[in-house]
Design a protein around this ligand. Structure first.
Ligand code: UDP
Ligand code: MG
Length: 309
């Protein structure tokens, strides 16, 4: 029997949420009266989630377990979900129940109207610190401004994608990935649905500040050259200032003005330019490092256990 819906959940240490996730997804999906599967991707959990996932897969043959050999990160876990999903529509959902499974029905409704990507927009957030809400909001707006692809604001990975879209995404094997950007980049008929993002069911966020920064860097480097162009801008700006400065200095010197004594100005200029150069080098490094990773061509993830069928 062919599967209509694949629900994909990346899991990193979510043992307390798993039974509830399974229960709520089942309750919601059963109301559709169509065949569905739940693809649980274990991203190297160490809290017993792996055993729980195996147990769910044994009990319920609609649950498919993909178990990674180690932690590869949220974006890569989503990718594995795309690879193993068989449904005509694939829905990505967080395992911590911050994305209420009941919203899936609204996504499905839009899909049936003919939309090929239906993304869920976080109209409201519950139970998240002001710091997280603020940084997330700034992040979405920054990405929106500087990238060439119009990535919808306040939209996470919670979305439904048609099989056609998933097949395209499966061909995009870039290593440093930003799935929400990729799914905007492919085009197709897209639409957003508002929802209220709930608080975590249990446990703590798996996105500490350093991981958020890394995600932001991946998003920017994958979809924009702007940081590279900033170096060019600073180069022109400081060369321009220098060109203006030369005649001024000559004039002051010729007129015997004492204002040129003092090394502080020289020092500041040298430090400023040194700083700009090092930052530019660092930015170049970010891109070159990513190129190097792509060139190595390693597999995106390593699977210890995959579904049998
Ligand atoms: N996650 C993952 N691998 C990681 C980090 C997170 O698979 O390295 C999963 C996590 O289990 C959850 C989802 O990605 O299902 C979103 O993570 P989280 O809820 O911690 O992020 P937040 O909602 O706080 O942004
Ligand atoms: Mg969460």
């Amino acid at each position: 029997m062919s599967v209509q819906y694949s629900i994909v959940a990346p899991i990193y240490n979510e043992v307390e949420s798993l039974p509830e996730l399974h229960r709520r997804v089942s309750a919601v999906m059963d109301t559709t009266g169509e065949a569905w599967e739940l693809v649980l991707v274990d991203d190297g959990s160490s809290d017993g989630s792996t055993e729980k996932i195996r147990e769910l897969a044994d009990k319920d043959n609609r649950v498919r377990a993909v178990i990674f050999a180690r932690n590869f990160g949220h974006q890569i876990a989503i990718t594995a979900g795309w690879d193993y999903a068989r449904g005509n529509a694939v829905i990505i959902i967080d395992a911590d129940l911050q994305d209420p499974p009941e919203v899936i029905l609204e996504l499905v409704k839009k899909w049936k109207e003919g939309y090929e990507v239906v993304y869920a927009v976080r109209a409201e957030r519950e139970g998240e610190s002001w710091f997280k809400t603020l940084t997330a909001s700034l992040f979405y707006r920054l990405i929106y401004r500087i990238t060439d692809v119009k990535i919808p604001l306040d939209t996470g990975d919670f979305r439904l994608m048609d099989r056609k879209v998933v097949e395209v995404l499966k061909q995009m094997r870039e290593r440093h990935r930003f799935p929400r950007g990729m799914s905007a980049w492919v085009g197709f008929k897209q639409i957003g649905v508002n929802y209220k993002r709930a608080a975590r069911h249990a446990g703590v966020t798996k996105y500490p500040f350093n991981k958020m920064v890394r995600l932001a860097l991946n998003a920017i480097t994958s979809f924009s050259y702007l940081p590279l162009q900033v170096a060019t801008f600073f180069g022109f700006a400081s060369a321009g200032i220098a060109i203006l400065g030369i005649p001024i200095v000559i004039l002051l010197r010729v007129s015997g003005s004492p204002q040129l004594i003092g090394q502080a100005t020289t020092l500041i200029a040298v430090l400023f330019l040194g700083g700009v150069q090092l930052i530019s080098l660092g930015i170049l490094g970010e891109y070159i490092g990513r190129l190097y990773d792509e060139a190595k061509g390693r597999p995106l993830y390593i699977v210890r256990e995959a579904p049998k069928d």
